[in-house]
Design a protein around this ligand. Structure first.
Ligand SMILES: Cc1cc2nc3c(=O)[nH]c(=O)nc-3n(C[C@H](O)[C@H](O)[C@H](O)COP(=O)(O)OP(=O)(O)OC[C@H]3O[C@@H](n4cnc5c(N)ncnc54)[C@H](O)[C@@H]3O)c2cc1C
Ligand SMILES: NC(=O)c1ccc[n+]([C@@H]2O[C@H](COP(=O)([O-])OP(=O)(O)OC[C@H]3O[C@@H](n4cnc5c(N)ncnc54)[C@H](O)[C@@H]3O)[C@@H](O)[C@H]2O)c1
Length: 497
């Protein structure tokens, strides 16, 4: 069996299945707590995030944002002279960011921290038991304290006639593309679709169409988000077909030359009332399927939800057990790397406490309880303009019967925004729980707003009273002064009420 572990060894305190950042984090936490740990990874330590998702996508998005900033900045615009980014240079840098898919440094980090790395496919084979298969060989290993599952998700391919047979690009292809097709149709209007559209167009796709049945781009966010992103996409020459179902996909010549290379000849995507869009590649970006099939859940009597996720309690423990933990996307809570790493820190504390026989205390903000998912996870969508949000939207707060007051305004008149770009377009909204006078949600759209988000996350998670926020003074001239303008508007609204 490949790996760095004595093949005769068969027992550890903690066994982790899946080596993306959540799996790495809990391995380090458990090892630092003095527990012996084996991390089982079937592919590369670093996982989807490092090689196929967050990191390669951001490596392509940041140069595109920078180029857009340049063409909106007199004095720098002239240097760019209308050109798009140098795709070959951006893709080369992307490959450096993903370490050319070499996981040596991630494995070394584990080994330096006394985490044993076992290469192979892990599968539960009964309580505290994991079967690992690699290269046709299988062995069973056992955990004295905990088994942790973090096997993530895969891209969904909806049952649209002809789609699967056309071998569409999926998220791994578009994040690891080696060729820039001239014409692309993106099926979907969510996070992957919006980010991918930004870098596809930025890297030189000439005809780009997004198609999906929903009303708005990023439909789960505040309504103004989709409107502003749509306007920016259309201004950049991207065609967006909202409210448009995809009927059929066909491709005469299928020739899958591997991830990130064209998978065949022309593709025809039939949409709406029969309109046919012809492209060189079609990308499917319609959500994720959890990797819960064939990980042996049935051997310990655990069922998945209808969508294939595994429900856990707020200690990230599978109910009815004190040894089986689930982290990251497989929980279905928030499909985000930072939330998976947060799960790992919470579960890491729980495992260490249980191993030491310490009770899990129930005080507010104790380290053993996942609070952040309940209040709404922070997320940045790195299209241009960026979208940054945390907590509940107004609609979600109303659904929870929270007495809501909202304040919403654009960035006009804010000197930091005038300085940031010649034509800064952005908008922000705070959702306030009127009874408690604390924020329950915040959304920002605009260039550079990702850096505004953590202040909002602190305010929401810390339940900072609005009167206290008034004393948190934003520096001049930054775009953070949006906070000042929103709070002043709230004050005026209240005075007028
Ligand atoms: C295109 C794209 C961009 C994204 N960008 C961002 C972003 O900017 N920020 C953000 O927060 N989130 C982003 N996400 C989401 C983020 O990638 C996921 O939330 C995160 O990777 C989830 O971590 P995970 O541990 O649950 O699973 P994964 O990252 O999917 O990792 C699972 C690991 O487990 C391994 N594995 C699976 N089954 C087994 C098994 N049976 N045995 C052994 N090993 C196994 C896999 O090989 C893999 O290494 C993005 C997602 C996509 C698709
Ligand atoms: N920056 C980030 O934080 C980041 C970036 C990328 C992905 N992610 C994570 O990855 C997850 C998956 O992203 P995603 O964009 O694949 O899913 P999503 O849930 O964000 O969006 C799915 C989109 O597909 C559309 N859709 C669904 N079925 C369809 C069909 N049959 N035909 C056409 N359109 C259809 C939906 O209307 C929606 O617009 C997200 O939950 C997100 O948390 C995060």
């Amino acid at each position: 069996m490949a790996g760095s572990v004595n093949p005769a060894r068969s027992e550890w305190d903690v066994i982790v299945v899946g080596g993306a950042p959540p799996g790495e984090t809990i391995s380090l936490y458990s090892s630092q707590a003095g527990l012996s740990v084996a991390l089982v990874e079937q592919d590369k330590v670093g996982g989807e995030c490092l090689y196929w998702a967050c990191m390669p996508s951001k490596a392509m998005l940041l140069p595109v944002q920078l180029r857009n900033l340049a063409i909106d900045t007199p004095g720098v615009r002239q240097l760019v002279n209308g050109r798009r980014v140098d795709a070959a240079a951006v893709l080369a840098r992307r490959d450096e960011i993903t370490y050319h898919h070499d996981d040596t440094s991630s494995v070394d980090l584990m080994l330096r921290n006394d985490v044993d790395v076992i290469r192979g496919r892990g599968r539960l084979a009964g309580p505290r038991t994991v079967e690992v298969s690699d290269d046709g060989r299988t062995r069973e290993i056992t955990a004295r304290r905990a088994v942790v599952l973090s096997p993530g998700t895969d891209a969904a391919v909806p049952p649209i006639p002809g789609l699967a047979d056309a071998r569409p690009w999926r998220s791994r292809d578009v994040t690891n593309m080696h060729e820039v097709p001239r014409r692309v149709v993106v099926i979907g209007g969510g996070v992957v679709a919006c980010e991918a559209a930004t870098w596809l167009r930025g890297l030189g796709v000439e005809e780009l169409t997004l198609v999906f049945p929903g009303e708005r781009l990023l439909g789960m966010k505040e309504p103004f988000v989709g409107e502003l992103v749509l306007a920016a996409f259309e201004a950049d020459g991207i065609s967006v077909r909202t409210g448009t179902p995809v009927r059929e996909v066909s491709r005469e010549r299928v020739d899958d030359r591997g991830i990130g290379r064209r998978h065949g000849g022309e593709v025809t995507v039939t949409v709406g009332d029969g309109e046919r869009i012809v492209a060189d590649e079609v990308l499917v970006a319609t959500g994720r399927v959890p990797n819960s099939r064939d990980i042996g859940l049935e051997t310990v009597g655990v069922e998945t939800t209808d969508r294939g996720f595994v429900e856990v309690d707020d200690h990230l423990t599978v109910p009815g057990t004190d040894w089986l933990y689930v982290l990251g996307d497989l929980t279905g809570r928030a499909l985000l790397t930072h939330m998976g790493k947060y799960h790992a820190r919470v579960a890491g504390e729980v495992i260490a406490a249980r191993a030491a026989g310490r009770p899990l205390d129930e005080r507010p903000y104790n380290p053993y309880t996942d609070l952040a998912d309940r209040d709404g996870a922070p997320q940045v969508v790195f299209c241009d303009p960026e979208v940054a949000s945390v907590g509940l939207t107004e609609a979600e707060a109303l659904d929870r019967e929270i007495p809501v007051e909202v304040v919403e305004r654009d960035f006009a008149g804010i000197d930091g925004a005038r300085l940031a770009r010649e034509h800064y377009v952005g908008r922000a909204k705070l959702v306030v729980d009127n009874a408690r006078d604390t924020l329950v949600g915040a959304t920002f759209v605009g260039p550079g707003v990702s850096e505004l988000l953590h202040a909002a996350t602190v305010a929401v998670t810390g339940k900072v009273p609005v009167p206290a926020l008034r004393h948190a003074v934003a520096s001049f001239p930054t775009i953070s002064e949006i906070w000042l303008y929103l709070l002043e508007q709230l004050r005026a609204q209240r005075a007028a009420a």
